[in-house]
Design a protein around this ligand. Structure first.
Ligand SMILES: [Zn+2]
Length: 326
């Protein structure tokens, strides 16, 4: 995919793609909305030079003054969305707006060592053989592009409206699943949905088992169904291209998870299995360490959802969790 360019999207909405230091996704779409008295920005990318350059060049190209950004709304607590926030607060003096859950979860975002311990524990509990535990658990030193963040200056709840002036606002939809504090924002003027990572055009966001919720996948599917009921049209995602028919894409993502759930259930029908074993049957082989880590968390999220639905049951043996048919 060729490098996307900063664009005016109409109705005072602009997008600036900021490059990311990952193989995928390679950009995050930063959105800037003009208000009568300033600019509101949605997400900001990681804190590295190519991202900072892209933002500043994008503002210049679009004829916008970065100094007018007084509000940064962050869709969720992942570095490609919140990473640059401390710098923008320091340099531009903007306030950071996030969902209420981010007010406590930001401490976890800052705790690299704690996350690593949790991953090792997850690997052991879910049957990862000792020779692979390091690949799942070792995440290495904290990258410079994700400096520690502070709590949000302003917290919002589901149903709140973030004022854009002139009678226009962004309605907050709490859409946990990809991350517990995830929000989507619906523009009252155009009905456009800023979907963060909740709804993406060509990839399905990874839904990871998370200590902060019993059922990350259940949360995610419920939030998708709510969007379906709200009849979403034009959708501006945080990665990739604009989605014209949001509801149609939501239906596809729901189907993807239905299939994946059925696939995992089928593996367990053949005999009790750990998440590690199910993962080996459902995901393609030769995953990188990072892909293995995500695949394991995604597998546990699906198996736990099946257990909560009582489509599966689980038992423990030597502190390892096994799934079986009920
Ligand atoms: Zn993202």
């Amino acid at each position: 995919m060729s490098e996307p360019l900063p664009q005016h999207l109409g109705h005072g909405i602009h997008t600036i793609p900021a490059p990311l230091p990952f193989p995928s996704p390679r950009w995050v779409n930063v959105y800037v909305i003009e208000r009568p008295d300033g600019l509101t920005m949605i997400d900001c990318g990681v804190d590295w030079e190519p991202g900072r350059d892209a933002l500043l060049k994008g503002f210049a190209l679009l004829g916008l003054d970065p100094g007018s950004v007084d509000t940064l709304v962050v869709s969720h607590l992942h570095p490609d969305h919140v990473g640059m926030a401390p710098r923008l607060v320091a340099e531009w003096g903007c306030q950071v707006v996030m969902h209420r859950r981010a007010a406590t979860l930001y401490e976890r975002y800052n705790d690299t060592a704690g996350f690593e311990r949790w991953l090792f524990d997850l690997a052991r509990r879910h049957g990862v053989p000792p020779e692979f535990q390091d690949q799942i658990g070792s995440i290495g030193p904290r990258p410079d592009f994700m400096p520690p963040i502070g709590p949000p200056d302003l917290v919002v709840d589901d149903g709140d409206h973030i004022d854009l002036g002139g009678g226009r606002s962004l309605e907050v939809l709490h859409t946990p699943g990809h991350e517990p504090s995830h929000i989507c924002l619906r523009d009252s003027l155009t009905g456009i949905l800023f979907s963060g990572d909740h709804v993406l055009g060509r990839i399905t966001p990874v839904i990871m088992y998370d200590a902060a919720t019993d059922d990350a996948l259940g949360d995610y599917l419920a939030a998708l169904r709510r969007l379906l009921a709200a009849e979403i049209g034009l959708t501006y995602p945080a990665h990739g291209r604009i989605v014209e028919r949001g509801s149609a894409r939501v239906s596809q993502i729901l189907l993807h998870h239905e299939r994946r759930l059925a696939g995992m259930e089928e593996v367990v029908r053949l005999g009790p299995a750990t998440a590690w074993r199910v993962m080996g049957q459902v995901f393609r082989p030769h995953l990188s360490a990072m892909e293995k880590r995500l695949a394991l968390r995604e597998t546990v999220a699906h198996l736990e959802h099946l257990r909560i639905l009582t489509r599966l049951a689980s038992f423990e043996e030597d502190e390892v969790v096994w799934y079986r048919v009920p």
